[in-house]
Ligand binder design. Structure first.
Ligand SMILES: Nc1nc2c(c(=O)[nH]1)N[C@@H](CN(C=O)c1ccc(C(=O)N[C@@H](CCC(=O)O)C(=O)O)cc1)CN2
Length: 293
């Protein structure tokens, strides 16, 4: 079997076209959605992700503002920048790019963001709404990578109702919240959350109809772990230095041989990553729409 590709680039292009129409409608009533990014330090991967977010904004007509602080910034400096963004009228939503340099209190920064402007959906109030199952006419911001995973599966027709999902990884941006989305009414999957200390990890994966690998350990998930025909989402990205051409090779958490067993597989690059970026735009546009209600 050769798995069907869960194509994040093509699906993101479809979502961007939908977002462009929503942005045009907002502009029609005098509202321009605006995203700000706050980056501290000079991590090359973070810099490239942040640049991608601004390019995406340009493509769909969202205004964007880039705020940068040096790696030497203190907790007080970052708090001050967050306060400014909370107050900035032209900023509909913003993110603090993670990870922050060592010594900065990541949790305190996320909590300092105005929940109404939390474009990442990682503020405790918004995660709490997800736990409580609060759903309004326009959802509160949802965490971007988990929604990216659900959308990528749903838009490729992967059945989720009644599916057994095994999530590997308990990190903030994916593992801790994806189960809440997958078990929502209307999605109706059954979720097992595993992590690097789970004994017999392979046994949990073997019974899953859908596997979400988000641990950041290259090629951890082996072909013989996968139930034939299962859908496999590769969320991990590790940069391996390739010195010949100076470029880094990107490795996912899933061994390439999984493509011979799985029914669907998201590639790295080109799978969940591009979808994560459009889900961020969706949160920004939704925040502007919510403000009009
Ligand atoms: N504030 C946040 N910080 C971080 C998040 C997040 O959701 N919010 N997630 C990751 C990084 N990230 C977004 O910020 C992100 C990572 C990767 C991609 C992506 O498109 N990857 C490409 C490969 C690009 C490359 O590395 O060359 C792909 O998979 O095709 C988008 C967003 C941690 N920080």
């Amino acid at each position: 079997m050769t798995a069907q590709r869960l194509d994040g680039v093509a699906t993101a292009a479809t979502v961007k076209a939908e977002l462009r129409a929503r942005v045009d409608a907002l502009r029609g009533v005098g509202v321009t959605p605006g995203l700000a990014t706050l980056m501290v330090g000079d991590d090359p991967a973070s810099r490239s992700y942040v640049s991608g977010k601004h390019r995406d904004c340009d493509e769909v007509g969202i205004a964007s503002v880039r705020v940068e602080l040096p790696a030497s910034a203190t907790n007080a400096d970052v708090h001050a920048a967050i306060r400014d963004l909370n107050a900035a009228r032209e900023v509909t939503g913003f993110i603090v790019q993670l990870p922050l340099p060592a010594g900065l209190d990541e949790q305190a920064m996320l909590e300092a963001i105005d929940p109404a402007k939390d474009a990442d959906g990682l503020h405790p109030t918004n995660l709490g709404r997800l736990v409580l199952g609060v759903q309004g006419p326009i959802d509160a911001p949802l965490p971007c990578t988990p929604t990216a995973c659900v959308q990528l599966l749903a838009r490729h027709g992967v059945p989720l109702a009644g599916a057994e999902v095994c999530v590997i990884g308990r990190g903030l941006t994916v593992g801790r919240s994806i189960g809440l989305l997958l078990t929502r009414r209307g999605v109706d999957a059954t979720v097992t959350l595993t992590h690097s200390r789970t004994p017999d990890l392979a046994e949990h994966v073997r019974t899953a109809d859908v596997v979400v690998a988000a641990v950041g350990r290259p090629h951890l998930v082996q072909p013989e772990w996968i139930k034939p025909g299962a859908a496999v989402l590769d969320v991990g990205i590790t940069r391996e230095r390739v010195l010949d051409n100076g470029k880094a090779r990107l490795l996912g958490d899933v061994h390439p041989g999984v493509a011979d067993v799985a029914g669907w597989l998201s590639p790295v690059p080109g799978g969940v990553g591009p979808m994560t970026r459009v889900m961020l735009l969706d949160n920004v546009v939704s925040a502007a729409e919510r403000a009009l209600l």
